[in-house]
Ligand binder design. Structure first.
Ligand SMILES: [Zn+2]
Length: 158
């Protein structure tokens, strides 16, 4: 899998400005399979087989810190908004690590995040890269923390 760089993600359209394509009704978030993450860039990758080219796998990436989305499918290459982009946030929210983080109290979420940050740093110091299990849970903890902080910052409904 060729992982997009941060610069390529930065050039992508923010998730909030995506208009829904007609193909979105033909797909679901469950069709996107988790394909890895990078704790240093906060980017998670999901993949789905191409509907148009046999053997091709499309990779869509979400920067969990900024919300930027990048897809490598033919539609996205042609400037179209693809269903992968529409569903990558939902696919991430369906991930087991995010579900685990979501179920925690604020105090336990902090402890959970610190534990996985420690394991990620420790593993990287030993073998030069983070362990996948801890890296995705660290990103999930940070994601959940940001979601709660954003929710807390919203004005109360009238
Ligand atoms: Zn796409």
């Amino acid at each position: 899998m060729s992982a997009p760089t941060v610069a390529r993600l930065a050039a992508s359209t923010p998730a909030a400005s995506i208009a829904l394509p007609r193909s979105v009704i033909l797909h679901t978030a469950a069709e996107l399979t988790y394909a890895g993450c990078d704790d240093l860039t906060s980017i998670v990758h999901f993949a789905a087989p191409s509907q148009h080219a046999a053997g091709r796998v499309n990779t869509v990436s979400l920067d969990t810190a900024t919300g930027q989305i990048h897809c490598e499918c033919k539609g996205a290459e042609c400037g179209q908004v693809c269903w992968h982009r529409c569903y990558v946030v939902a696919a991430w929210q369906r991930h087991q690590a995010v579900a685990e983080a979501r179920a925690l109290t604020n105090a336990k979420l902090l402890k959970y995040g610190k534990k996985h940050a420690f394991f990620v740093a420790n593993y990287r110091a030993r073998v030069g890269r983070a362990g996948e299990y801890d890296a995705v849970r660290l990103l999930a903890a940070r994601w959940e923390y940001r979601q709660r902080r954003a929710l807390a910052a919203m004005p109360p409904a009238a």
